[in-house]
Write a protein that binds this ligand. Structure first.
Ligand code: NAP
Ligand code: 8YV
Length: 320
């Protein structure tokens, strides 16, 4: 029996590859040189019914247009700003993602960055390695997170998990989102007003046009010279030029960043700053969590083959 055709965009784990190949005839987009991909899709696109991708690559518009018989897109990640889910839904294409299974890991990453900035973990490590401890003595005192106020920007699945952890460190939580949630934390419908009341902001909204640069120069100025910005959402959420300017000018105290506007490119200015901690988009990147995400990515495709539905559709595709 012939297997249905799947287009794989991006890299996957061995475990995912084995499951894809058990159920599908797999074409890997990146096995074809970039200049030849459009021609390859023009020749084979009408066979393809399924796409497996991730939050970084999504489905580029030229790929979406080249697949007239596409029925399902399964994305390895919760954020799907790189997929036109509204356009897909209008074509009857189901889009699935991997919510919830990564909440704890991404929340841990946010806390890791928050603590690392406050306690100056990276400079302290360097102090030991480069002989500063022996030559100069004790490392300068740092700041405590206890008693501070943290504004969660986007109190969704991961945001709520971050809020729980923040409270365990003796800090207070406030939050901003478009709509208030059924929680006891103070709600701000205005992000700049919340920033003015906070010691730190943690961004964990989706990316895309609706959140582009919601953390702008005015928000950073309101956060202030002692303020700390943590971003584990998408690089597009923060105006990176404004962030660099605020840090360089001393208008902002520090930052912990897992995501960037043009990743993997990171502004050199940020790399030079001692009060900034940088990680390469590793919010969910542990063996355990990536396995859970991979399994759900595959389970969504298996479910689709079984009955034409997926387990975790994105909101735009619920009810398809
Ligand atoms: P979620 O449950 O959908 O939560 C998103 C929250 O953002 C919601 O509470 C939503 O509330 C709020 N929001 C949406 N648009 C907003 C806007 N314009 N202004 C203010 N708030 C807004 O999503 P999640 O599962 O927590 O994931 C959140 C995001 O984290 C993902 O989309 C992804 O971009 C990012 N992420 C990053 C990593 C990493 O490796 N760094 C890993 C996983 C996820 P309202 O609708 O009321 O506004
Ligand atoms: C992944 C993410 O690194 O889930 C998300 O939205 O940003 C991360 O978990 C990304 O999807 C690439 O696989």
């Amino acid at each position: 029996m012939t297997k249905p055709h799947l287009l794989q965009i991006g890299n996957v784990t061995e475990r995912m590859r084995a499951r894809f190949e058990a159920e599908f005839e797999v074409t890997r987009l990146f096995d074809t040189p970039e200049a030849e991909r459009a021609a390859m899709l023009a020749a084979r696109g009408s066979d393809i019914v399924a796409v497996a991708t991730d939050g970084h690559w999504g489905v580029p518009p030229y790929v979406m247009m080249a697949l007239p018989n596409l029925k399902v897109v399964s994305s390895y990640g919760v954020g799907y700003d790189a997929i036109d889910a509204t356009g897909a839904a209008a074509r009857g294409i189901l889009v699935s993602h991997t919510p919830d299974v990564l909440n704890d890991e991404v929340a841990d990453t946010a806390i890791l960055l928050w603590l690392a900035v406050y306690r100056r973990l990276v400079p302290a490590d360097r102090w030991v390695r480069k002989g500063g401890w022996e030559e100069k003595g004790a490392f300068p005192l740092t700041r405590s997170v206890k008693g501070t106020t943290v504004g969660v920007v986007g109190l969704g699945r991961i945001g709520q998990t971050i809020a729980d952890r923040v409270q365990a460190f003796g800090a207070k939580v406030t939050y901003h989102s478009r709509t208030p949630k059924p929680v006891d934390y103070p709600y701000f419908d205005n992000l700049e007003a919340m920033a003015a009341e906070c010691d730190a902001l943690v961004c964990i909204t989706p990316g895309g046009p609706g959140t582009r640069h919601i953390v702008n120069a005015a928000v950073l100025a309101a956060l202030g010279a002692e303020g700390v910005l943590i971003n584990v959402s998408r690089g597009s959420v923060v105006d990176e030029l404004a962030l660099v300017a605020a840090l360089e000018g001393g208008a902002l105290g520090g930052a912990g960043l897992d995501v960037f506007e043009a990743e993997p490119k990171v502004p050199d200015a940020l790399k030079r700053m001692e009060n900034v901690v940088l990680t390469p988009h590793v919010g969910s990147a542990t063996v355990e969590t990536r396995q859970a995400m991979g399994d759900l990515t595959c389970d969504n495709l298996s479910q689709f083959l079984k009955d034409g539905t997926v387990l975790t559709p994105v909101p735009e595709c619920r009810g398809l």
